[in-house]
Structures are given as C-alpha cells and as structure tokens.
Ligand binder design. Structure first.
Ligand SMILES: OC[C@H]1NNC[C@@H](O)[C@@H]1O
Length: 448
C-alpha cells in the first residue's frame, strides 16, 4: 500500500554525472590519458566502438548544462573530477588548466545557487599510474591522497561535500575480476588486491581531509539487495555470498572493522590476511555514505559459476530496463532500512538512482516522451519516502543522470538521462521525466 509521500524540508534534490561519461575533450589543455582512453582504443571493448572523445561535449558546454540544471530548479549537482586533468601523470606536476576547468564549473554552479558535490574518483585512473600497477600498487593510497589534497586545498572553500570513490565494487568486479571495464583484467588475486587498495586509498584521503577540510566527506557505494530464490539452504548460502561480495565487502570494513568472512571462503588463497593497520585507516569516521540504487537480484546457488557460485533468477512478471535490471523499488526501501539496521544512523544520500529505457530518437512538440522512466521515478520516490517514514536518515537524492551519456563499455546505447542528448548534434531536449523531476524538486515531492 502506498503511504503518503513526504520529504524533510531541507531535502537536497539534484542530479549526478561523471567526468569520462559526459565531458569529452579528454586530452584538452594538458590533460593526460586515463585508463578509459586506452580501454576504448582496444577494438571490441566498446559497444559500436563508442568512446569518451566527445561524449556530451560538457567540457565545452558546461555553462549551457548548468543553465539546464537551473531551469529544472536543481539544488545540487554531483560530478566527478578527472584525475588526469589535474595530474596528467597521476602524480607530480599539477596541470593548472585542469584545476581551472573545475573551478569555473564550480563557480558556475554556485552562481546558479546549485551546490557542487564532488566525487574524487569515478573510474578514470590516469594511464601513467596504471603503468605503475594502478590499484594493484599499494603506493596508490599515497598517490590518491596527494591528488585529493590538491583538490581539497583548491576547492574546499566552495565545495561542501566530497566523496572519495564511486562504487569500488564496480571498479574491482568490472576492472579486475571480469575484465569488462578498464583496465580489463580478469584475475581473482588482482581483484582482491585492487579492492583492498581502493579502500586503503579511501581511508587515507578521508584522514587527509580531516587535516585541511572544513565540511563533509564520504564514500559512494552501489548497493544491490539480494533475495534468495528459495528457502533451501544452498540458496540462502548463495544469497549471503552474493551480499557479502557486492555490498558488505565495502561497508563492513568502514563501519565494523573487518571484511565479511564469506570473502575468504570465496577467494581462498587469493584473499590474504590484511594488516590490522589497514583497517584502522579504512575505518575513518565518515560524515555520510552515498548509496547508488538501481535494482535487486534474486539469487540461487550455481556451483559452476566462478568464483561466487551464484546465479541470478529472472522474475517473469517484472519490468526490466535496457540494462537488464529488474524494476524493484521495494529494494530501495530495503537497502536503506538494512543500512540503518546494520551500520546505524550515518547520514545517507541517494547519489544515483535511475533507469535506462529506449527513448524515441526525436522530440515531439519540444520534449522526448519517456513513460517508463517517469513511472520508475514515481515508484522510487514512493520507496524513498517509505524509508524516510521508517526513520532512515536520508538527506538527499541525485537522479542518474542529468544527461544521456557514455554508459561505459555499453557506449551510448543505454540512455539514463532525464535530458535527451542527440550525440550527432549535441542538442539537449528535456524528457517528460525532466519535467516531472522539476515538479518534484519544486514541490519537495508534494506533487506526487
Ligand atoms: O550504470 C549506470 C550508472 N551506475 N553507476 C555508475 C555510473 O557511472 C553508471 O553510468
């Protein structure tokens, strides 16, 4: 039954993007290449051979895009900084032109009354650091912290909300376990090491922020709640393995001081005994946690599936998005209430939530009709409100995404934007979901 939809008076409504997915001009003004530059250059890695060379051309069109955010009445905008624009070699000499771009973007946002929320790392590692082992090299915690300090010192006076990493699980699972994302490795030992080094780097950057920062810092994790396909023990165990690997692997070490025991069972000798000092670093107190929610999965035991021995079970009556994700708004409520139950009352932001559906290629009387995305947005608003009614400390919501953009190795084939982008002309057209979201923001959800 749907309860009354209600949001706190100061609820922060915004949208989210990431550098490589929208900016284009990846090597402009002294920037160095990232691992995504390299990954896109390998034939077969990217759907239709798409790359981030132009994407949404946001590097050049950011003023127009900020004007669109203002037209929608957004209060906040979550974006990521491209590490290799700031440090073309990943460390060492700073590229002032890179800092200047983000300074101008931040000033444009502030001039429109939009709060900038900055993600330090959204997957585009400098290629020069990958040449030194990247996330496999323990020194990366220091490299990342040096990069973070540069941004804290440059922008902390104007940026009040920092996130260290976006979705460390995806970086590890896609980039090192299955090879579907940059840098394209498929190695169990590397996956474990990269994952741990990501968390060390996260903790080190938070510690550095406490020395120079004056506002708030957190991490952004993707959470996909897991539901057993049956009550048979083998499926219950499989569900626990999947939850440990995708969800608890990142929040347990931060809040509980250790990894879920299932990881050692799954990874075997690929999962070493990590030094105790690492957990002290990883467990730095956070001001918030960002949650990215898209879907759930129903899990069964599948011994043949390396290395988790689990498999998803498709739900015949459900609606699925273009990315093959079940539309399951209850999973958003369950994710939030489960977080509160396991980890406590740390403030939360929904830093990404959205859906990829096929949109008509052309506008009709000036707007693109996206009924399935509109329906999804409405249902997720209800689910979010239900979690708030149960006392979960959610402070804001960033819709993914402001613009149709490069969906990583799926290229431009999957559209998540509430604003349609014609990638041939770079024309932006508001979708019905943009108009709905503008009403939600203006009425603080009362329009629903
Ligand atoms: O798959 C949709 C989004 N998920 N989270 C990370 C973003 O970069 C993706 O585009």
């Amino acid at each position: 039954m749907s309860q009354t939809i209600q949001f706190p008076p100061d609820f922060l409504w915004g949208s989210a993007t990431s550098a490589y997915q929208i900016e284009g001009s990846p090597l402009a003004d002294g920037a160095g290449p990232s691992i995504w530059q390299r990954f896109c250059a390998v034939p077969g890695n990217m759907r239709d051979g798409d790359t981030g060379d132009i994407a949404c051309d946001h590097y050049k069109r950011y003023k127009d895009d900020v004007a669109l955010m203002a037209k929608l009445g957004l209060k906040a905008y979550r974006f990521s900084v491209s590490w290799s624009r700031i440090l073309p070699q990943g460390r060492g000499a700073v590229n002032q032109a890179g800092l200047d771009f983000y300074g101008k973007l931040i000033d444009e946002l502030l001039a429109h009354g939009i709060e900038p929320m900055v993600t330090l790392y959204h997957w585009d590692l400098p290629a020069a650091l990958d040449d030194r082992g990247g996330w496999l090299n323990p020194d990366i915690a220091d490299w990342f912290t040096d990069y973070a300090r540069i941004l804290f010192q440059a922008f902390d006076g104007r940026v009040k909300s920092w996130a260290t990493l976006n979705e460390p699980w995806v970086v590890t699972d896609g980039g090192y376990m299955h090879g579907t994302l940059a840098p394209g490795h498929r190695n169990l030992h590397e996956a474990a090491l990269a994952s741990h080094n990501l968390m060390r780097a996260h903790g080190s950057a938070v510690k550095a922020y406490r020395e120079i920062g004056r506002h708030q810092i957190g991490i952004v994790v993707n959470i996909e709640p897991k539901y057993p396909a049956s009550q048979f023990q083998e499926d219950l165990d499989a569900t626990r393995r999947a939850d440990a690997y995708m969800n608890r692997q990142y929040l347990d070490p931060i809040f509980l001081g250790s990894y879920p025991p299932e990881l050692k069972q799954m990874f075997g000798d690929a999962w070493p005994e990590w030094p105790a000092a690492d957990f002290e670093l990883i467990g730095q107190k956070l001001d918030f946690v960002g949650i990215n929610y898209y879907t759930r999965s129903v899990v069964r035991n599948e011994p043949s599936n390396w290395p988790l021995k689990v498999a998803p079970v498709r739900q015949p009556q459900a609606t699925y998005t273009e990315t093959g994700w079940e539309v399951f708004p209850q999973g958003l409520t369950d994710t939030l209430t489960s977080f509160k139950q396991r980890y406590g009352d740390t403030p939360l932001y929904i830093m990404e939530n959205g859906s990829a559906f096929y949109d008509p290629p052309n506008a009709e009387n000036g707007r693109v009709h996206d009924p399935l995305r509109v329906d999804c947005l409405r249902k997720n608003m209800q689910a979010l409100s239900n979690a708030l009614a149960q006392g979960v400390n959610v402070r804001g919501y960033m819709v993914w995404s402001l613009l149709d953009n490069l969906e990583w190795s799926l290229g431009f084939s999957k559209r998540f934007g509430i604003i349609h982008v014609n990638f041939a002309t770079q024309q932006r057209t508001l979708k019905d979901s943009a108009y709905l979201y503008a009403d939600i923001v203006a009425s603080n959800g009362a329009c629903l």
